[in-house]
Design a protein around this ligand. Structure first.
Ligand code: 1HE
Length: 268
C-alpha cells in the first residue's frame, strides 16, 4: 500500500515533488550552512524510509544557500556534552538515514555546491550520483576538530576514493576540488553552470526507468558489494529473475525486437 509523504511534517527539509515523480529535497538550514543536527537526521530517516513506498521515482538532494552541508552540527554537539553512549546512538541514527538512502531503491542524485565536508561528505557519499559545480569542495575536517567520522565515511568515502586518500583527507585536512575531485571519484559529474540543473536532468532521466529496475540498481548493487563474490552472483541471479521478467519490461523488450527502440550509439 502506498505510504503518505505529507510534506508539512518536515521542517528542516524542504520537499518539492515534481509531476514526473522526481522529488527535490533541500537541506534547509542555510544559516547553519545546513549542518546536520539531530532533528534534520530524523527527517532524513523519515523521508528516505517512506520514499520507496510513496511513489518517489528519483530524488535530487541539495543544500539551501551556498553550501551543500557543513557536516555534524558542532554547536549542538558541543552544547549537548554527550556521553559516549549518547553519541553512539546519534551515529546509529545517521547510519539509519544514510542506509535508507543508499539501500532504499530510489535513485538519489546529490547536487553539490560549496562545502561538502565531514558529515556532509558522508551524506553525499550515500547518494547514488554526485554532481559538483565550480564552487564545490570536499574535506574531512574531523582530524582538526578533535573528533572522528561517525556517519559512514570509513566505509563510503574510502569506497569512493580508496583508504590512502581518505586517510590523507582526514589526517591532514586535505581539500579536493575541481577536476581532481572528479578524477578521484568524489563526484561523477562536474558542471560549469548549475549542479542543481544537471542533477534534475539526471534525475528525470533515471525516473524514466521502470521503478523495479531502479529499485534493483539502487539497492541490490550496494547489498552485493557486501557479499562474497559467490553469494553476490547467487543474489544477482535472484534479483534478475524478478526484475528481468517483470510484466512492465515486456513493452520495452518488444520495442527492441520490432526495431522501434533507440539503439545505443557513441556520444557524438
Ligand atoms: C555551523 C557549522 C557546523 C557552520 N555546526 N554550526 N564540520 C566542520 O568542521 C565545518 C565547519 N564549518 C565551516 O568550516 C564553515 O562554516 C563553512 C566552510 C561550512 C562555511 O563558512 P562560512 O564563512 O560561509 O560560514 P560561517 O560564518 O563559518 O558559519 C555560518 C554559521 O553557520 C555560523 O553560525 P552563527 O550562528 O555564528 O551565524 C556557524 O557557527 C554555523 N555553522 N558550520 C554548527 N558544522 C557523525 S560525525 C561527523 C563529523 C563531522 O561532520 S566533522 C565536520 C564538522
Amino acid at each position: 500500500m502506498p505510504l503518505d509523504l505529507d510534506i508539512t511534517r518536515f521542517a528542516n527539509l524542504a520537499l518539492d515533488p515534481q509531476d514526473d515523480g522526481v522529488w527535490v529535497v533541500t537541506l534547509n538550514r542555510p544559516h547553519k550552512r545546513n549542518a546536520l543536527d539531530l532533528a534534520t537526521v530524523e527527517e532524513l530517516v523519515d523521508f528516505f524510509s517512506t520514499a520507496p513506498r510513496a511513489g518517489v521515482r528519483a530524488v535530487v538532494l541539495r543544500g539551501a544557500g551556498d553550501h551543500f552541508c557543513a557536516g555534524l552540527d558542532l554547536i549542538e554537539h558541543h552544547d549537548a556534552d554527550r556521553s559516549p553512549a549518547d553519541f553512539m546512538h546519534v551515529c546509529l541514527r545517521w547510519h539509519e538515514a544514510f542506509n535508507k538512502m543508499e539501500y532504499g531503491g530510489v535513485p538519489v542524485i546529490a547536487a553539490l555546491t560549496g562545502a561538502v565536508v565531514g558529515g556532509g561528505l558522508e551524506l553525499a557519499a550515500s547518494a547514488h550520483v554526485r554532481v559538483m559545480d565550480e564552487t564545490t569542495y570536499f574535506a574531512l575536517p574531523e582530524g582538526q576538530r578533535g573528533i572522528f567520522t561517525g556517519g559512514g565515511a570509513t566505509i563510503r568515502v574510502s569506497d569512493l576514493i580508496g583508504k590512502a586518500r581518505m586517510l590523507d583527507m582526514i589526517l591532514l585536512g586535505r581539500v579536493h576540488q575541481g577536476q581532481e575531485a572528479v578524477d578521484l571519484g568524489l563526484a561523477q559529474y562536474r558542471v560549469e553552470g548549475s549542479s542543481f540543473d544537471k542533477a534534475m536532468e539526471l534525475a528525470r532521466r533515471a525516473a524514466e526507468n521502470l521503478p523495479l529496475t531502479n529499485f534493483a540498481i539502487c539497492s541490490a548493487i550496494s547489498h552485493m558489494q557486501n557479499m562474497s563474490a559467490l553469494d553476490a552472483a547467487y543474489a544477482e541471479s535472484c534479483v534478475a529473475g524478478i526484475v528481468n521478467t517483470q510484466p512492465a519490461a515486456r513493452e520495452r523488450l518488444a520495442a527492441f525486437a520490432d526495431k522501434s527502440a533507440a539503439r545505443i550509439r557513441p556520444n557524438s
